[in-house]
Design a protein around this ligand. Sequence first.
Ligand code: AN7
Length: 357
Amino acid sequence: MAHQWRGVIREYFDRLDVTKDTPIITLGEGGTPLVEAPALAKLVGADRVLLKVEGMNPTGSFKDRGMTMAVSKAVGHGAKAVICASTGNTSASAAAYAAAAGIKSVVLIPEGKIALGKLSQAVAHKAQILQVQGNFDDCLILARDLAENYAVHLVNSVNPDRIEGQKTGAFEVVEALGFAPDLHVLPVGNAGNYSAYFKGYLEDFNAGTIKQVPKMWGYQAEGSAPFTVGHPVANPETIATAIRIGNPASWDLAQSARECSDGRFGAVTDAEILWMHRFLSQEVGVFVEPSSATGAAGLFKASKAGEVPAGSTIVVTVTGHGLKDAAWALKDEAGNQIEPQSVSKNAAEVAERLGLA
Ligand code: AN7
C-alpha cells in the first residue's frame, strides 16, 4: 500500500518544537507537489523553474502548515478558542483546524475585502466572523488586543508556532530536489512565509544537508509594498486582496532573511499579477489565486531587466488555490465577463462552432 502522508507534525516531528505530550491536530497538510514549469522557465530564461503548489493543502493554502502547529500548541495549552485577523486564507485555515480540534474560532476580516471562496470556508467551518471597518492591519491590532486581554489564543503569524510549521515547505523542497535551489521566490504580505522558508533552509544548511541557502526573492503588489518603499503603508491597495497588507507583522525577521540570503524585495503592478495569473493557468496548467501569482510575476519582471542568472534552478511558491478567488478567471484580458456559448444538440453545428468542420 502506498505511504499515506501524515501531516507536517508527524512527518517532521524531530525538527519541530513539539513533544510527545503535544496533541496533534492535523488535516494531513504538507507533502505538496513540486511541479516542473518548463513554460515559465522558458519565459524567464532559467534552466529550471519549479512551482511549490501550496493550493494542494487541505484548505487550499500554505497556511495549513502553520495552523496545524499553532492549533495543536493552543490545544496543548488548554485553549478553548482561537482568534486571527485575516485577508482570508488564515481565517479559512484557523476555522478548519479549530473545527478539527473541537474548539471555537473567531476571525476578524477587513470589510468587503476578502475573496468569496475564503469567506465560504470560514462560514462552513462555523467560525465566528466579524467584518471590521478597517483594513487587515487594523484587524491585526484588534486581534492582538483581544488575545492579550481575553481567553482567546492568537494564531496569526506573530505567533512563532505558525512560522515553525511553515518552515517545512523548505524541507520538502530540499528533499524533492536533493539540493537547494539558487533562488526561492514568493509573494509577500506579512512576510511570515518568506521568513519561514528562510528558517527552514537555514536549518538544512546548519545540518549540512545543503551547501548554500537560496537567495530569497519576495514580491509585493505595487500599491501595497512597504518593503520597497521602506516603511509601513497606511492605505494599501491592490486587487490581490490576500496581500493587501501595509504593515508586515514579520518585518524584522524578513529583513534579516533578505540580508542573510543576499535576497531582495520587489513590487509588481496589479496588471502584471493578473497577466501571470493567466499565464500559469494557460501555459503551465496550475490554477492559483491572483495573489499567488505575485512571486512569478516578480520573477518575470526581473528576467526582463536581465536579472535572472542563466542556468539557475528556481523554486516559486504559489501560495493558494485558484478556486479561492475564482472570479478573476472568469474575466478576459479586457476585463469582460466570460460566458460559455450556448449551442444546440446538433453535432454538425457543434463541430462548426468549434472550428472542427
Ligand atoms: C495566497 O490570510 O495574511 O507574507 O490573513 O493568503 O506570510 O503574509 C494571507 C497571506 C501570500 C502572504 N499568498 O503571506 C491572511 C494572510 C496568499 C496569502 C500571502 C497570503 P505572508
